[in-house]
Design a protein around this ligand. Structure first.
Ligand code: GLV
Length: 322
């Protein structure tokens, strides 16, 4: 009998798969909120598997609290910066995540939604209309920008970045520039994407969209010097992780109209979204919901379960990271 602790209820699609496996004893944190640290430390005691979500910091202390029988941390997220991977490796604990075409599609659609909301000033005009300020049509009211024919600069040309590029290229003839630690030949072949140095990308793109994992090397990848290189008419889109951007510097750049605007789904100190950011008209902000479609979250739930089921039957989980 293997014991699993699930830190927050996840869609039934995955839970159903786990419940079918009679040799698993499943304990789910019953409240619909982020599990308090002290409760997490208590509830993991003696478990073999933790199914965590991205808000749980799974570090040495949690691994110690669980005990030496802990052998799998199955994260319900593509990102895994909430887990101390090196510590897990040292202890022989396998870590898995939940990538897949469904989550890539959902995040890509969210990126497009942010881009179009900014281009057509949707949140600004929605607020204006709701406040009953619309007193008559005007030829120069709320002018926006065209997405068609513009240039996208992708920082990170992996699965999600590629899904964004493909949609913008196929649907709107957007030119794609990308920067990454390695070339993505498939992305280049499918979208005509051009690999370029970060500086060139920042200078030329109309939309800079971030698709990198949070690592020591990507922390504050976008700071004052990078924002300075961007065009005054360009927008920054972040659906990756908040700390990839130096948020205070971004707020200054937005206030000073050093760049045209930003579409943000992630923040440096979540769930805190700075008041200064919330007050800016040239930003569209969403609460880390880029992957929040039924299809995507069901797929993530199934992926987490499949990682666990593979592991418990002695196979390498499909999304093993370490
Ligand atoms: C969401 O941010 C994820 O990493 O899946």
């Amino acid at each position: 009998m293997k014991k699993i602790f699930i830190t927050r209820h996840i869609p039934e699609a995955g839970l159903r798969l786990l419940r079918k496996q009679r040799s698993l004893k499943i304990d789910v944190y019953e409240k619909d909120r982020i599990i308090p640290r002290r409760v997490l430390l208590r509830r993991v005691r003696g478990v073999d598997i933790i199914l965590s979500i991205l808000t749980d910091r799974i570090d040495k202390q949690v691994m110690d609290a669980a005990g030496p029988q802990l052998k799998l941390i199955a994260n319900f997220a593509v990102g895994f910066d909430n887990i101390d991977i090196n510590e897990a490796k040292k202890r022989g604990i396998t870590v898995t995540n939940t990538p897949g075409p469904e989550i890539s599609a959902a995040v890509a659609e969210h990126v497009l939604a942010l881009i179009f909301a900014l281009a057509h000033r949707i949140t600004e005009t929605d607020t204006f209309a709701r406040k009953n300020k619309y007193k008559g049509w005007g030829p120069e009211m709320f002018l926006g920008v065209d997405v068609a024919g513009s240039t996208l600069g992708l920082i990170g040309g992996g699965a999600i970045g590629s899904a964004v590029a493909k949609r913008l290229k196929d649907g709107f003839g957007v030119k794609i520039l990308y920067h990454d630690v390695k070339h993505n030949i498939k992305l280049e072949a499918e979208t005509g994407a051009v690999f370029c140095p970060l500086k060139t990308l920042l200078k030329q793109a109309d939309w800079v969209s971030l698709h990198v994992p949070l690592l020591p090397s990507t922390h504050h990848l976008i700071g004052a010097p990078e924002l300075k290189l961007m065009k005054k008419t360009a927008y920054l889109i972040n659906t990756s992780r908040g700390p990839v951007v130096d948020e205070a510097t971004l707020i200054d750049a937005l206030k000073n109209n050093q760049i045209a605007g930003a579409g943000l789904d992630v923040y440096e100190h979540e769930p805190h979204i700075p008041r200064a950011l919330r007050k800016l008209p040239n930003v569209v902000i969403t609460p880390h919901t880029a992957s929040a479609t039924h299809t995507s979250r069901d797929a993530m739930s199934r992926a987490a379960a499949q990682n666990i089921l593979a592991f418990t039957s002695g196979k390498t989980p499909p999304n093993a990271l370490s």
